[in-house]
Design a protein around this ligand. Structure first.
Ligand code: NAD
Length: 502
């Protein structure tokens, strides 16, 4: 087996043929308007290709195809065992195309190839197989009613599910939604982010190859305010499964309210605290978790540990370790497997992040590293999207960089006196997605786990996960859960059948 080194991935990148059209009713097609949008790689600022830019008319076609397929029953009425077989084949095909998909993702939105090939792709494959394997092991229920009757409680699919996803882990987050939705028997219309549609478009054909009937899985690329809004308002969509910013999540709730009260689930933004107490068992390990947590995928992770809340007595010792580790991070070409930090998704997002850095300075935080654009390849890769990992100390809980989601490589360090203050600061944002605490004291760990409002609490680790463990938010980080068997709740409804026996 050849080693997958830098030249291997560069060669892969030269051999790509991108899927550029929408996928509706089992076929690739242009947008009805003929409109396209350019795909620019943040790696080097070059145009990769252009893809269909769909709007309301294309969404309507896709929803009609999805509804037609649902009513026809070739998928929705199929036995769970048969759906499992097809979804396992789908997972296998994604796996067979892993290298192509991993490089596509890196070029499209800048994820490092090491993340893309060892996390994003295996995570996507595992997700599809996991729901395939689960679906023929779920039993319905019998309610404990009077013996004169039998009441069966069935889980039934909803019909047409719209999945709207962001650009930061495009394929994996799409799989978190499409896998349970399809396994449950729904038809799906997936709208990828306009900033990262290529892998979603590619896997659409793999779904057909695996045996998913035409119309059951559709992918419609387009802008949020056109294609996304049209899905949100469509009268024949039964559920909206959204991942993205809190602002846009709110819009989807409005769309549902203005149309047919379709069910909404939201996975939104975060401002994850990493709390390090003086009795943390291993400061080196904590420093590692902090740096990886804050800067992986260039900080563009909903659960990025963007706030370090540290007990004052160990702050200096911890910061020495954190800064050493940051200095050793390799920033560069996302296609080089040695690269740990690649480019941000695009130049406009970099400017948003840079504005937060300016705000941090203006509001009195102390910039201790980074803060400027990085030029890892001034002569080769000039995408204008590389930013140095940035750390502010002397941050107070009221500052914008402590409260708002930056979604970039910026870590805000807040010093506290004790656990109670740490919990107060941890809960002082509108978000509640994840939180980590580093301590060797069981009682403190339990107290924090109970008091912090977040969907996931990590103890002596950060952002660990497994497909069997649910993710999702409290407060304005959203509601509903991705991953785990609980995801089925978003894509099924209970139906009770009461049979009188007398
Ligand atoms: P975004 O909200 O801008 O976009 C998400 C999706 O919504 C995209 O498909 C986009 O096209 C669509 N959209 C945008 N404007 C719209 C509009 N006016 N009407 C309808 N649809 C619209 O988010 P993003 O920038 O793509 O992603 C970053 C955000 O996603 C961050 O806030 C991050 O925390 C969040 N996120 C959350 C999770 C989670 O599991 N909670 C995971 C990943 C990312």
């Amino acid at each position: 087996m050849s080693e997958k080194n830098y030249s291997y991935w560069l060669k892969q990148s030269e051999q790509l043929a991108f899927a550029r059209q929408a996928y509706i009713n089992g076929q690739y097609c242009d947008a009805l308007s003929g409109e396209t949008m350019e795909v620019i790689s943040p790696r080097d600022g070059k145009v990769l290709t252009s893809i269909a830019s769909c709007d309301e008319a294309d969404i309507d076609l896709a929803v009609k195809a999805a509804r037609g397929a649902f009513e026809a029953g070739a998928w929705s009425n199929q036995s769970p065992k048969q759906r499992k077989k097809v979804l396992l084949k789908f997972a296998q095909l994604i796996e067979q195309h892993s290298d192509e998909l991993a490089v596509t993702e890196s070029l499209d939105m800048g994820m490092t190839i090491s993340d893309s090939s060892t996390m994003n792709l295996p995570g996507s494959v595992e997700c599809v197989s996991w729901y395939a394997e689960l679906v023929d092991k779920l039993y319905d229920e019998i309610a404990p009613t009077h013996p004169n009757s039998v009441t069966r409680i069935h889980r039934v699919p909803l019909g047409v599910v719209a999945a709207i996803v962001p650009w930061n882990y495009p394929l994996m987050i799409a799989c978190w939604k499409l896998a349970p939705a399809l396994a449950a028997g729904n038809s799906v219309v997936l709208k990828p982010s306009e900033q990262s549609s290529l892998t979603a478009l590619r896997i659409a054909a793999l779904a057909t190859e695996a045996g998913i009937p035409d119309g059951v899985f559709n992918v419609v690329p387009g802008y949020g305010h056109t294609a996304g809004k049209a899905l949100g308002l469509h009268m024949d969509v039964d559920a909206l499964a959204f991942t993205g910013s809190t602002r846009v999540g709110g819009l989807y709730m409005q769309y549902a309210g203005q149309s047919n009260l379709k069910r909404v689930s939201l996975e939104c933004g975060g401002k994850t605290p990493n709390i390090v107490l003086a009795d943390a068992p291993d400061l080196d390990k904590a420093a590692d978790g902090i740096v990886i947590g804050a800067f992986s995928n260039q900080g563009q992770i909903c659960n990025a540990g963007s706030r370090l809340i540290v007990e004052s007595s160990i702050k200096d010792a911890l910061m020495v370790k954190v800064l050493e580790r940051v200095a050793s991070l390799r920033q560069g070409d996302p296609l080089d497997p040695e690269t740990e930090i690649g480019p941000l998704v695009d130049a406009s997002h970099l400017n948003n992040v840079a504005q937060y850095i300016d705000l941090g300075k203006e509001q009195g935080a102390r910039l201790v590293t980074g803060g400027t654009k990085a030029e890892p390849f001034p002569d080769k890769l000039t995408g204008n999207c590389y930013l140095e990992p940035t750390i502010f100390t002397e941050v107070s809980a009221e500052m914008a960089i402590a409260k708002e989601e930056i979604f970039g490589p910026v870590l805000s360090v807040i010093t506290v006196d004790d656990l109670d203050q740490a919990i107060e600061v941890a809960n002082s944002t509108v978000y509640g997605l994840g939180a980590a605490i580093w301590t060797s004291n069981l009682l403190k760990m339990e107290k924090a786990a109970k008091a912090i409002q977040a969907g996931v609490i990590w103890v002596n680790s950060h952002d660990h996960g497994d497909i069997s463990s649910p993710v999702g938010g409290f407060k304005q980080s959203g509601f509903g859960r991705d991953k785990s068997a609980h995801a089925f709740d978003k894509y099924t409804e209970f139906k009770a059948v009461w049979i009188n026996l007398v």
